[in-house]
Design a protein around this ligand. Structure first.
Ligand code: TYD
Length: 216
């Protein structure tokens, strides 16, 4: 029995968080190992404080590199406080977003450069990549129209960026997928929620058969 680290990624409106909430009880029914679910930005006390700074709606003053450094700082603290202890204790660690989000959103979306953002994140994560990354794929048009319908008044600062931003984010995710075919697996997020959850469950249980070995 060993610890496992799985991250979940995708553009805004992919339904990632809802899918994860539906997936969790199904995963739990298939393993004796404890499952820890956490999110970025945030996931621990200090990391949540950094999240508040980054995602405040009325703050248009933030420099793109400052934002990228804050995400990397928040990630470092989340890693040390939550992810590494979970892996060490042979738990199954699920993180709603991780390093690929910064490469896509800050590197490509905010046009700092994916290589530059990967570098500051290399410093933050010190080699600790996820064992598996589930990427929920959706086009920016569909993703953004879902968000508008669901909770327009709650859109955060990054969700309010214009379509070209989200197109760059989407392109960067596809590039990451192409360059990391072993680590990153794509799920078609335009499908029904049930199908998205079922596909995700299959990818995870196929990848880690000895951890998810119960009938459930
Ligand atoms: P999140 O809370 O995951 O929103 P949702 O559940 O709607 O997907 O993420 C909030 C926003 O933070 C989202 O627009 C993506 C952005 N983000 C980055 O830009 N860089 C990062 O490194 C991370 C972790 C998130």
């Amino acid at each position: 029995m060993t610890g496992i680290f799985i991250s979940f990624e995708g553009p805004d409106g992919a339904g990632k968080t809802t899918a994860l909430n539906n997936l969790l009880p199904l995963l739990k029914s298939k393993t004796d190992q404890e499952i820890v679910l956490s999110r970025e930005p945030g996931g621990s006390e200090i990391a949540e404080k950094i999240r508040e700074i980054i995602l405040t709606i009325h703050d248009e003053q933030m420099d793109a590199r400052t934002e990228a450094l804050l995400y990397a700082a928040s990630r470092r603290q989340h890693l040390v406080d939550v992810i590494l202890p979970a892996i060490e204790q042979n738990k199954i660690m699920l993180s709603d977003r991780f390093v690929d989000s910064s490469i896509a959103y800050q590197g490509a979306g905010r046009m700092i450069g994916t290589k530059e953002v990967a570098e500051i994140n290399d410093f933050a994560i010190d080699g600790q990549l996820p064992d598996l990354t589930i990427y929920f794929d959706i086009s920016p048009e569909i993703g953004l129209s879902r968000i508008k319908k669901d909770h327009q008044e709650q859109m955060d600062r990054l969700e309010q960026e214009k379509l070209p931003f989200h197109e760059r984010v989407h392109e960067a995710y596809l590039e990451l997928l192409k360059n990391n075919p072993e680590r990153i697996k794509k799920i078609d997020a335009t499908q029904s929620l049930d199908k998205v959850v079922a596909d995700t469950l299959k990818v995870i249980t196929d990848r880690f058969p000895s951890e998810f070995n119960l009938g459930g």
